[in-house]
Design a protein around this ligand. Sequence first.
Ligand code: PHE
Length: 339
Amino acid sequence: LLNQGLADLKKINDQAALNDLRVSLLGKKGPITKVLRGMGALSAEERPVVGSFANEVRDQLQAAIDDRKKALDAAKLARQLEEEKIDVTLPGKPTTRGNAHVIQQIIDQLEDLFLGMGYQVLTGPEVEEDRYNFEMMNLPKDHPARDMQDTFYITNEILMRTQTSPMQARAMEKHDFSQGPLKMISPGVVYRRDTDDPTHSHQFHQVEGLVIDKHITMADLKGTLELVAHELFGDRFNVRLRPSYFPFTEPSVEADITCFNCDGKGCSVCKCTGWIEVLGAGMVHPNVLKMAGVDPDVYGGFAFGMGPDRFAMLKYGVDDIRNFYLDDVRFLNQFSMKG
Ligand code: PHE
């Protein structure tokens, strides 16, 4: 049995067959177990002789099986190492690295600028209540200026926000003025029921800004907007304010920045005015303060709403806003920050 077993073992080349052989030799139904079980029928003199002989055979077979198993394991490992070997000297495959969207880059730049001046960055819901989007912005239900912003309604009272201005009301409601002034910007996506074309998108970005304190003036607003222009476009850009109308600011302005593209012969960017309109702003209307629980006799401030899409178009000479929303990497890679 021992010799036959050892001979069989030599022919075995895989783990499964080795296991089968082990079971047939040493298992519960194997010959050695049978001998050991049958010991009861033997005489007292025979028992220790047969017993120790059977044990001896079993131990030798077990040791041989263990050796064979080790050899098979080692061979398997060697084979694996050989097959899965990596040639580190081969040239690698280039991986493509992601990159912040060009609009997000503008927003990041604005956030850095304003965080540096002690502003908070707040975000709020894109699915907004009529109350915040319009009513608390001094646009009651029947106000004609609602027509300035075509709106996607979800229900009569719920809509896709048409502007980030509702964040003014949300921020004022939350702010504890005993802790100091409120200074915040709020970047985000807004929606309008517009037909998409080179200068309109039904979804675009805004960055709202709001400062509420005692003794805030329009000069503070202009200085802040100049900082934005210098940061995004460069120091040689100037800011001009023109009277305008928004229901939530009084007085209201539109801000322009210098146009350097103008050649005086029919400039396509500024129509030869020398100025490009970039944002709406103004001094927060007393009604807006009141509705958000702020006393207009004590506090006041300025607000602005900027369009990062428009900034990106001007900064990089992009002539179609829809490019920002098509997710064509050939377009987006031009604004990669890798270089
Ligand atoms: N919410 C205005 C718009 O979307 C912009 C604005 C913001 C104007 C804050 C004044 C003050 O057109």
